[in-house]
Ligand binder design. Structure first.
Ligand code: PLP
Length: 365
């Protein structure tokens, strides 16, 4: 076995619907090439827009399809922070969101994530101290990087806080459908009735990241400026791929594919939990009920940076916890992805990691 990656938050090649998507791409070009091989509206391929709108119970005009959901966040952030301002994010949070916020000069405040999701009391405290932010960015379900999920109680409290303080929330929700255990929870968007919540999701985790199709469900007032920015940045998103994706949905391939992905992710998560139990009993970790990641707290004051420096040579990689914080934090933690490595690789990779941890405990850096 070569280098085993717990760093890559992507599906392994065997979890991609290669044959089905290929069929759909050919079918849509043959049938509808004159449309899907042209530019389309900045909000995306109308039938797909309508499909997403129906799923979320909104008018199609409120859906903007983007080239992946990260692009949607960038569009919104460019508008919201055009004249600077503060964002409240979770600590830890998705590192690319932090990069995007830094590049547009937004001020960032982190609020701790607990085992049951973002600490809503601490969020209220941050607002009291620093004033209302322009945007609260949250990943309530199977959070990247921690795998934590905001409880129903926490969701209600957050929605209440948002309503009381008239805040704008960005709910980044690409993992909801890859739940493999426990009960589904309502989104913030659903609980709030859509007011004050920008909802974002993606087909990266349910179909394939390479198709680059994500979407925003926006409050009506934000639709024209977001579409104008989309149009001036890239004219229209990838209409051809959106057409092929729509064909994929219409043929009923989504549910079947997601079932397969869920079963495999569950098997891989379980393999990782068993391996951690066996190899690293002194560490702490969570048991996510979906998504791609778990959060490992290293034992004995072992620094993740030191470990990572030695990890490549030992044939295993991960992302160090501190990469997911705007300030300090996560120095003795790691994000482990179980989406990419096979079960056998997970067994071997955790064993390699455990050797490194034991060496680091014995010989501190
Ligand atoms: C929380 C979160 N948001 C957004 C993205 C970006 O997804 P997309 O492929 O839709 O751009 C990811 C990808 O890993 C993610 O984890």
């Amino acid at each position: 076995m070569g280098v085993i990656s717990f760093a890559r938050g992507i599906p392994s090649p065997d979890l991609l619907p290669v044959r089905e998507f290929g069929e759909c791409a050919r079918a849509v070009v043959e049938r509808d090439g004159g449309t899907v091989l042209n530019y389309g509206p900045p909000g995306g391929y109308p039938p797909l827009r309508a499909w997403v709108a129906e799923r979320h119970g909104v008018a199609p005009e409120r859906v903007v399809l983007t080239n992946g959901s990260l692009q949607g966040f960038n569009l919104v952030a460019q508008l919201v922070f055009a004249s600077g301002g503060r964002a409240i994010v979770e600590a830890p949070t998705y590192d690319r969101t932090l990069t995007a916020l830094a590049s547009i000069g937004a001020e960032v405040t982190g609020v701790a994530v607990t085992d049951s999701g973002v600490d809503v009391g601490a969020l209220a405290g941050a607002i009291e101290t620093g004033g209302p932010p322009k945007l609260v960015y949250t990943i309530p379900t199977f959070q990247n990087p921690s795998g934590h999920t905001l409880s129903l109680e926490g969701r209600r409290a957050l929605v209440e806080l948002v309503r009381e303080q008239d805040l704008l929330v960005y709910e980044d929700d690409p993992y909801t459908l890859v739940r493999f255990a426990g009960e589904a929870l309502p989104t913030l968007h659903e609980l709030s009735g859509g007011d004050n919540v920008i909802y974002s999701s993606s087909f990266s985790k349910t179909v394939a990241p390479g198709i680059r199709v994500g979407y925003l469900v926006l409050p009506q007032a934000l639709v024209p400026p977001v579409e104008a920015l989309a149009s001036s940045s890239y004219l229209s998103p990838t209409i051809f791929v959106q057409g092929a994706l729509y064909e994929f949905l219409e043929r009923g391939y989504l549910d079947r594919h997601v079932e397969r992905v869920r079963a495999e992710l569950l098997a891989r998560r379980d393999a990782m939990l068993r391996a951690l139990e066996r190899e690293l009993p002194a560490a702490r970790w969570n048991e996510p009920e979906g998504g791609y990641f778990l959060w490992l707290e290293l034992p004995g004051g072992v620094g993740a940076e030191t470990l990572l420096a030695r990890a490549g040579e030992a044939g295993v990689t991960f992302v160090k916890g501190s990469d997911f914080y705007a300030g300090s934090g996560g120095e003795e933690a790691a994000r482990l992805a179980f989406s990419f490595a096979s079960r056998e690789e997970i067994d071997e990779g955790v064993a390699r990691l455990a050797v490194l941890v034991r060496d680091a405990v014995a010989v501190p850096a």
